[in-house]
Design a protein around this ligand. Structure first.
Ligand SMILES: [Fe+2]
Ligand SMILES: [Fe+2]
Length: 209
């Protein structure tokens, strides 16, 4: 599998990769933003925090709809439940942070906990869950699931990435994480079967394992 972050003929993994490659690449983006938030302040920090929340909403929704149904039905129920629990904890921390001034000491403390929790969570996914799912899907299934994720991401907000050169800040108002998750789920459902010939639903994806 492409471990994520690589390019082929100038295109990024997110444009060409399988489901697991895309999710792996997003983990790198999450780590970049976790490092960026503490290094910045004021509108730049708010922008990085908003970008992190948007990214996590799409990412965790992809895992919820694309990965976990297969895991639960193929012997990974305990692993899936553990990851779901961590994601609920992460959502709770984000909800706490959303109520705070990003330049407050309280924000710093809770954000440090979020960074630690997310770092462990993504590591467990990469070392336990992704490799196990890699063996449960054919290459073709992974490509089709990657197409599903790509279509859903293409429907998402076009928040300028704060790591991109020349990106502007303080231009976007981003709602609470729970609302971002609802919006992301809607996009994944909308992207599920475009024209009636999309990838298999989460319910049937794992029937071809
Ligand atoms: Fe996750
Ligand atoms: Fe993840």
């Amino acid at each position: 599998m492409d471990g994520g972050g690589g390019t082929r003929r100038g295109r990024t993994t997110a444009e060409i990769g399988t489901a697991l490659a895309i999710l792996h690449e997003q983990h790198g983006e999450v780590r970049d933003l976790l490092e960026r938030v503490p290094r910045t302040s004021d509108v730049e920090r708010q922008d990085a925090f908003d970008a992190l929340r948007e990214l996590l909403a799409s990412h965790e929704t992809a895992e919820e709809l694309v990965l976990r149904p297969t895991g639960r039905r193929t012997g990974l129920r305990v692993v899936a439940a553990a990851r779901d629990g961590e994601e609920r904890q992460i959502a709770g921390l984000l909800a706490e942070l959303e109520r705070l001034d990003v330049d407050s000491g309280e924000f710093d403390g809770i954000f440090a906990t979020l960074a630690e929790t997310l770092t462990m969570h993504t590591w467990l996914e990469e070392t336990e869950e992704f490799p196990a799912l890699q063996t449960r899907w054919s290459d073709q299934q992974q490509e089709r699931l990657g197409d599903w994720i790509r279509r859903a991401l293409a429907l998402g907000p076009t928040h300028p990435h704060p790591l991109a050169a020349g990106s502007s800040v303080a231009q976007w108002t981003v709602g609470p994480f729970t609302a971002l998750m609802d919006q992301a789920r809607d996009r994944f459902e909308q992207a599920r079967e475009p024209g009636g010939s999309g990838p298999p639903s989460a319910r049937t994806t794992d029937e071809n394992r």
